[in-house]
Design a protein around this ligand. Sequence first.
Ligand code: ADP
Ligand code: MG
Length: 697
Amino acid sequence: MVPKDDSYYANSDIAIIKGLGTTYTSSFYKKGIFTLFDLLLDFPFKFLDQTKITKISDIRPDGGFYFIDAHIVAVQNVLTRRVKMLKMMLQDDTGKIEAVFFNLYPNQIKAYTRGRRILAFGPVKYNDYNGVVNFTQPTVTFLEEGDEVKPQERMTPVYHAVEKVPQAAIRKAVNGVLQSLHAIPLPELLPQKHNPFNLTLSQALDLCHYPFPPDIPNQKIIPEKTEGFKRISYEELIAYQLTLLSVKRKNEQHNAVAIDKALEDTDRFIKSLPFELTGAQMRSFKEVQQDLSSQKPMLRLLHGDVGSGKTMVAVLAAIQVAKSGNQCVVLAPTELLAQQHYQKFKALLDPCGIRTELITSSIKGVKRKKLLEDIESGEVQVIIGTHSVYQEEVHYRNLILAIIDEQHRFGIDQRIALLKKAPSDITMHQLVMTATPIPRTLQLALFSDLDVSTLDELPKGRKPIITAVMPDTRKAEVIKRLDEVCHQGTQVYWVCPNIEENEDETESVKTTYKELKKQLPDLKIGLLHGQLATNEKNKVMKAFLEKEYDILVATTIIEVGVDVPNASIIVIEGAQRLGLAQLHQLRGRVGRGALDSYCILIYKSSETDVNDIAMQRLSIMRATTDGFKIATEDLKLRGPGEVLGNKQTGFDIFRVVDVNRDFELIDIARNAALDIIHNDTETCRALIARWFPKFKV
Ligand code: ADP
Ligand code: MG
């Protein structure tokens, strides 16, 4: 019976594969491969070409792999104290070539006797040190004289290692599942008109594991660049877009709470500020205000350059909500950031008679109990925190707005967990913010479900940050200069990611801390890194904010959002290792006050890794402080993963897709998704079930 869905592949444990014993099975489990579908998606990382037998006279010593059918005409066992090598001469009807093997077992050596016919497959190289061309460690199959040799039709896959499972066994297992696709095909879900690849999913899978040999001999096949692979990525991208669109649709099944614009309160607040809001801030706030006054759930992205004042727009939204007698949550990705938001929001909202509270996992006991009560009773109107805000135990009275900072750090499932905190039959309004401006193409691709407000204007009076790029040989000069300016009251960030290769950030930052303390004995120096406990971190930040330190030595932990207006110099060591987005974020830590600000990017001059791209990045940093420009350049240089901060982009939800690599597919995938969601509910459901089963709709 042919099933109509993916259940056979999605639900069958790999244990059903014949010949795959429990040892092998558990090794696959350890790699996260549980089902037949998982195994199908475990693609090879390279291929061997055993599709044709090469005559020895046609072999070029280019390091490429060759497959020959030859006889052993001489064997020599080379045994010295340092090498155990078996050398042999192979011959076919066109010529001879040497083959070498290292560290063979005695009974392997015994098998290589003169006169035997073998199939050898391996790389052939010219060896500089002795001028000999040879096969190195070829894979050998012994043949009898009359045996007929049939080369493979397709390339032979090589898979990433699975503990204790030999390649041949991985191959056999995957091949078995591929074969079963003939009898039990995966349903073909992509409508013909949305399949520019002309391959079914089953065909594409087959080709990903067993591609045809390249047109040009020895040309490398990169698995991710094959049509089959793109076809599969494309389908997953469509499914992703469908998931976003469906979540949005589902949200729109219920109304949001429409609230009054609270014009008087927000006006009064704006007038009370020591500065004037920028045009972009006003425009963005009006957009949010308008959305909140409608029953249609708001789903809006607020983005803008570092320092463009996103927080102010969020605070205004919070005022509007609180004044309507409802609650809003501000969700931050780290405790440090939650803490900072809390201080800012509280300082701005207290005078308006709005109660703001922070909820984190470190608030415990009676205090926590009281806090939870006050949230449930509605006495607290603005609740700030990390994932604590959507824990089971937190009950809200009337939570109608979620402000999500750095939304790309949260998965869709976390967003859904938060949305469940809305009163029943009510959809929450959502305002999501990112710390990095997002180029338009990328917005469409990854946040296509959102309306967008852009802060494309910096507050008046901001002085541009002066950026200098210099080699580490000039570090002593920089330190000397810091000594002078710090004595005049300037505060400095000194950031070191891992300066040495293979070094961890914490080690690096501790070393630098000690070094600076030694060289600058009369300055006060603080240390901040991710391994400190949360309250330790907060203490250090607070001390820096209160000018108890002249210099704060930190890891890239300070990248996001941290705001100390008096800090006007940032030194970034090992800058060649950081991406543009991250450098820009870090630089954005200064230039927040009225002082002239400087960013000093120090690169390691000895490092071969100061390659073109790294230097290009640094010169872009020197040339512009415009985050939109930087994001666009970054997109060109490195792709969107980088633009959004490369670590936790939240896109690890993909199984096949890599947003950097598959960027050019995103647009057509989105168009296909828009058509499918409107016209083909069944396909929409099936695609989501296949790729994002957690979000079954
Ligand atoms: P970001 O967009 O990077 O989150 P913030 O909201 O943290 O920026 O704002 C950066 C700094 O600029 C804060 O100290 C904030 O008080 C200040 N700020 C915000 N808006 C204005 C404005 N219109 N004029 C002057 N300063 C502003
Ligand atoms: Mg911010």
